[in-house]
Design a protein around this ligand. Structure first.
Ligand SMILES: NC(=O)c1ccc[n+]([C@@H]2O[C@H](COP(=O)([O-])OP(=O)(O)OC[C@H]3O[C@@H](n4cnc5c(N)ncnc54)[C@H](O)[C@@H]3O)[C@@H](O)[C@H]2O)c1
Length: 314
């Protein structure tokens, strides 16, 4: 059984993922308050401008918002975009201070954005998964400060869970590479290139194992988690990804090409199968991603099947 609408604070509500989360939660009937360093021109929510690296500012923002639920997204969101020690300190300090303030001001449901990067893919020493598709039980081997900060944020969630037990419901989610609605129309993705460029050059998506998720589907996950929080195992982690891979060829072909040694592990990833399983979110929340590059880039899919038809006619 799921529960009704809530007063929800979303940190980082003005960001790539945050705008869709704020918009989706507001459309679902929640009262939403965005807490962000910058004011966003069009958010359908009350906005509080605060720098959450400042503990007093974080406390004042949560005291003002007094949310029943917190969705914590604010962070340095891209690896290597600041010095390593700054990324580690900033992301972990923001998370700890924001959660502490939320708890102090009566918040009883808290969902934190982690990332798949603690798995350790992209390591300069090479990396192979233990198994495919990857699920929440896979071991974590972070190799940079961003990935370590995300693993630490999951530990912060675990710490509050251990401290408060079932008085507070907590969880983390690991969104795959987020595609916001305007990025389907050609706006640059987080890595600076377009979605079509990512599909055309598999080396670009190979870095993150061809994972991705539409920001609106991630918002739907957040809504479901908030409503079901009291029925979920406390402190749990969820992968949130699309039901296909960001690739024009099956991963059983592409994974061994870009991640040597994965021939046997990836043999089952035929057709459009992704490298990440979202079976847990489906089983516990009934969540399934509704969108994929195949539903959002309709012209591209038509061109692709024309290409395959003309090749098979030869
Ligand atoms: N975009 C992705 O592909 C992706 C994938 C996995 C996880 N994540 C995580 O999801 C979250 C959101 O990512 P995003 O892509 O929307 O990032 P983003 O950079 O677009 O947005 C982050 C938002 O947080 C705000 N913010 C940053 N520092 C702040 C501070 N000190 N005080 C207040 N606000 C601050 C920024 O102003 C911005 O609006 C992050 O935690 C990120 O690590 C993102």
């Amino acid at each position: 059984m799921t529960e009704g609408n809530l007063r929800v604070a979303v940190t980082g509500g003005g960001g790539r993922l945050g705008v869709s989360v704020v918009t989706g939660l507001a459309a679902a009937g929640h009262e939403v308050i965005s807490i962000d360093r910058h004011r966003h021109p069009t958010l359908p929510a009350q906005q509080i401008v605060a720098d959450l690296t400042d503990n007093e500012a974080a406390d004042a923002a949560l005291a003002q918002a007094r949310p029943e639920a917190l969705v914590h997204l604010a962070a340095i969101a891209v690896p290597f975009t600041a010095p390593e020690h700054v990324i580690l300190q900033t992301n972990t300090a923001i998370a700890f201070q924001t959660l502490q303030a939320a708890v102090a001001h009566g918040t009883s449901r808290i969902l934190v954005a982690s990332s798949p990067t603690p798995l350790g893919y992209g390591s300069p020493l090479g990396w192979q998964p233990d198994y495919l598709p990857i699920d929440e039980k896979h071991r974590l081997r972070p190799w940079n400060a961003y990935a370590l900060s995300k693993m630490t944020m999951e530990s912060i969630v675990a710490m509050f869970t251990a401290q408060y037990g079932d008085k507070i419901r907590l969880g983390s989610f690991r969104p795959c590479f987020v595609i916001s609605p305007d990025e389907w129309n050609g706006a640059p993705t987080q890595q600076g290139h377009t979605v079509r460029e990512r599909l055309d050059d598999p080396a670009l998506a190979a870095v993150s194992l061809f994972n991705y998720v539409d920001a609106r589907d991630a918002a739907d996950f957040v809504d479901r988690w908030l409503r079901a929080a009291h029925q979920l195992p406390n402190g749990d982690v969820f992968f949130v990804g699309a039901s296909d891979a960001m690739a024009r060829r099956p991963l059983c072909e592409l994974m061994p090409q870009f991640h040597p040694g994965t021939e046997e592990l990836s043999a089952g990833l035929t057709g459009t199968a992704p490298a990440f399983s979202v079976a847990k979110a489906e089983a516990l929340l009934g969540w399934r991603p509704k969108r994929s590059w195949r539903t959002e880039l309709v012209d591209d899919v038509a061109a692709d099947s024309d290409h395959h038809r003309s090749r098979s006619a030869v």
